[in-house]
Design a protein around this ligand. Sequence first.
Ligand code: SF4
Length: 450
Amino acid sequence: MALTGLQIYKLLPRTNCGDCNFPTCMAFAMAVATKRVALDQCPHVSDEARSALAEASEPPMKLVSIGTGDKKIDIGQETVLFRHEERFQHEAGVAVLFEDNLSDAELEKKVEEIKKLKFLRVGEEIGVNLVALKHNIADAETYASISKKLSESTDLPLILMSDDPSVIEASLKAIGDEKPLIYAANKSNFEKMANMAKQFGCPLSVYSEKLEELADLTQDIKKLGVDNLVIDPGVRQAPHIIDQLTRLRRLAVQKVFRPLGYPVIMFVDEEEPYQETIQATQCMCKYANLIVMRGTNPWQLLPLLTVRQNIYTDPQVPNAIEDKLYEIGTVTPDSPVLVTTNFSLTYFTVESEVENSKIPSYISVVETEGMGVLNAYAGDKWSAEKIAKFLEKQKVREKVNHNTIIIPGLVAVFRAELIDEYEWNVIVGPEEAARIPSFLRNEWKPGVSK
Ligand code: SF4
């Protein structure tokens, strides 16, 4: 169990020297107890105190790395149950499942499908992170050769799935030092699996449908020298998944129950693609750290990856971009000037629709503390005056040979003031970004508004 602030305080030097950037040792102890700072921030902790406090300063959930080099992904080390309490630390991995009975042609086709599962959203590339290879019918040699092919043909780390240690071992020898996730150790094979994970330096999944047994297994495996673990509680049915994953997350981060303080892998077992996406998304929200699914349709992956991108941002940091004048395409003095806020999702949506229009344009981004159009208006974060000031600061009149700006339809109310007080010619644009391409093509006439 984690130590309380008072217990930690008793082990500190208690000199209140302030070298840790906290005014008192008690304040520092409280911060360590709530895992807001690391113990190392106090340079005066004795070795005895350090070892006694090591557990208190460790995150309640283990950080596990899968793969190596550019292929490596980190999962786990979560500290909270709810995102707004702090933030979620490491994005959940999304893996696509392969079976070992695929023909060469089917395997290559699926690899090509996976390579296309990359999307640009809010200025960031999002995509699947791993491939999982399930052992069904192949012998150890064939399974090893398929895993090698997968490893060479994708830039993603592997999950090797078999209960048979000899199958996993053949594959590990074939793919070299790739450090895939081994799935899975269970009650009957854990010693062999743990020894293999130790020998090859790989993370290891542990499977049991009973939480007590799962906790015992992780401790038995830890005694064998392997602590880079991912746990699978074996639930596959929708009504039980959220229940069990919530219980696991509570035990890990609230009770700091170390035997279950590991990232969780979930397998989405739905034949119907829509249901598969829904279930995967539920797992993403609560509380899987690794999700394995069969589907490779872009329409299945994009919503799942979008949810992941949304919940793994830091809620305490505004999702904002730099306020400046952006040039989209090869702009000229005739180009239109669109005005928007510095909420990154708003900006990148507007940017992509301007690109779709094929009309080179300026986008004047006004600082609104990372709020979208309506929120910024309702929260008094932007106004006609603020827009006018930013247009001046960005020297917009010097870049174009007209004095026309296009403002979002949702803030048409700014139009009169921008015309009367600041002498801009104002066109009220569409309320939805999706209408920008047709709006620019139909409404923007270079030279008309000089
Ligand atoms: S640096 Fe250490 S001894 Fe000094 S105030 Fe902080 S916790 Fe106390």
